[in-house]
Design a protein around this ligand. Structure first.
Ligand code: ITT
Length: 204
């Protein structure tokens, strides 16, 4: 059976694909929405990461694939958890990573380092064509810097400082980021759960 990643974010897809290339899932092809010729917009109208990732994963499932989706975002404590599920569209219509980061920096202007704590959250959901589903969550704590550092990654990575490595996420290689990121942590749980669910289904 094929897995279809319900995402339009190319950098996120690349991270998910690399995390999914594990022996535990050998034999499963990992495709994108483009690969299956699905070009429509998916409306993310849920109120939680869990709801939105399930909304996205249900689309490939309704077409007969194992649907997998990641809904993720940045929660900043000083901003009461914003941008949260609105991370991709924080700066409004026509949002880009650059505009979102500028907005974040301006809202945190003059806020001291000890009040700039934040976390990345990633919820990965799986929906099967028969309607069976599950979700897993990964989080990674950090702090929002006052200026950019690094060019790798995407989104808020150049402003997200990860204390244990003394670097922003944008200063880490893809491999380093995957080892400790919210997405890497969620994917570890996801792979265990997916392997167990597939074995269970085979046994039925
Ligand atoms: P899809 O819904 O098509 O997957 P998206 O980018 O709109 O793509 P989300 O709705 O899940 O995805 O929003 C995720 C946003 O959260 C993303 O655009 C970034 O702004 C931020 N984000 C999530 N993971 C991140 C990461 O690893 N590094 C930096 N920013 C991240």
């Amino acid at each position: 059976m094929d897995i279809v990643l319900a995402s339009r974010n190319k950098k996120k897809i690349a991270e998910l694909q690399s995390l999914l290339s594990t022996e535990a899932l050998s034999g499963l092809r990992v495709l994108s929405l483009d690969d299956i010729g699905y070009h429509e917009e998916i409306e993310e109208n849920g109120t939680t990461f869990e709801e939105n990732s399930q909304i996205k994963a249900s689309v490939p499932a309704s077409l007969g694939y194992i649907g997998v989706a990641d809904d993720s975002g940045l929660e900043v404590d000083y901003l009461d958890g914003a941008p949260g599920i609105y991370s991709a569209r924080y700066s409004g219509e026509g949002a880009t990573d650059a505009k979102n980061n500028e907005k974040l920096l301006s809202l945190l202007q003059d806020v001291p380092a000890e009040k700039r704590s934040a976390r990345f959250v990633c919820v990965i959901s799986c929906v099967f064509p028969d309607g069976q589903k599950f979700s897993v969550r990964g989080e990674c704590p950090g702090r929002i810097l006052t200026s950019y550092a690094g060019n790798a990654g995407f989104g808020y990575d150049p402003l997200f400082y990860y204390e244990p490595m003394g670097k922003t996420f944008a200063e880490l290689s893809g491999e380093e980021k995957n080892k400790i990121s919210h997405r890497g942590r969620a994917m570890e749980l996801f792979i265990q759960k997916l392997s167990a669910t597939l074995s269970e289904k085979k046994g039925k």
